[in-house]
Design a protein. Sequence first.
Length: 396
Amino acid sequence: MRVYLDNNATTIVDPHVFEEMEPFFVQKYGNPNSLHSFASETHQPLKTAMEKIYAGIHAPREDSVVITSCATESNNWVLKSIYFQYILTGRKNHIIVSEVEHPSVIATAKFIESQGCRVTYLPINHEGLIDAQSVRDYITDKTALVSIMTANNETGGIFPVQEIGEICKEHNVLFHTDAVQAIGKIPVDVQSFNVDYLTFSAHKFHGPKGVGGLYIKKGRELLPLLHGGSQMGGLRSGTLNVAGIVGMGKAMEQAVDALDYEMTDIKEMRDAFEDELLKIKDTFVVTPREKRTPNTTLISFRGIEGEAMLWDLNCAGVAASTGSACASEDLESNPVMEAIGADADLAHTAIRFSLSRYTTQEELDYTLEVVKKAVKRLREISSSYAYAPDGHDSKL
Ligand code: C6P
């Protein structure tokens, strides 16, 4: 059996999404900006897709949604543009990001820090969450931007963006949220979130890879990301990825339709799965369930290196991760566990299981059996775990 439980890294493209994209490769392949029928036959599908994207995040018509290639691009764009517009010009000198943002925010923040911007890396609390009021403590009259994710990709922890948005508004500070892990898992509404910018990426909600977006509130315009033609209002030039945009539109529509299922059925399946995992001795989950996206469990198995567990899971056909896919090759400990202050053993033993609406009970039952066997085998050979063959394991 093959089981895919790494849906925070990427998701299967929904067959209906694929079906809607297909005509735009070999039949309707015109450049939307050309002046002939090959171009015009792409116009209505693009318009419909954009309407679905606006509706999915509750964006008012007067605001902008700019299509990008991925969330990494959207995140880079916001921070670098703010640097050019506010920091380099001397109007402001400071931004705030949480210390557990995705690397596309953290690395960009570090880059602009190297160029002279002051950056506050907001700490998380013992539950792996952000205290909204702590944002207030760090804001100064020189703060240009706060960038805090809607939901964390490692733990699934949901951050209080609505409250943070209100605080930013009160202080006249721009607010960006990376909502990549929230779309299709919890309601996302740019208006109630009080955001100026919001990032998303189609491949996290059963859309294609290589297409994402950035919501920009009216009056909060950024500098053009790619100079060139007039596409995307001149903010991001380049021939439109028609199939990708059509696919993202369909995926967004379906994500909204499936939201209830994710928040009830998938959550129930995740909770029951997690209950079983927690019955294994010396296992730990940090962020409380009710404060997490419905599909994610980040669990530590004391005494077992995350990579060793992944090996055993993979050999049995189960795909999970030790955390963010783009940091998985550096063998570092899980950054959220580190930020919480977990000891080195625990930080190195975290495994992320992330479900999707395609996950079945049968797959979770099989995974449980695989995990139990892996825990037994790996703890027997673990140098940091005292394993008692009679089943009474103990911590060193
Ligand atoms: N996180 C994970 O395994 P792209 O691929 O650029 O569209 O998405 C980047 C990104 C940005 N923000 C968040 C919160 C994310 O989770 C991701 C992607 C994957 O956690 C791959 S590193």
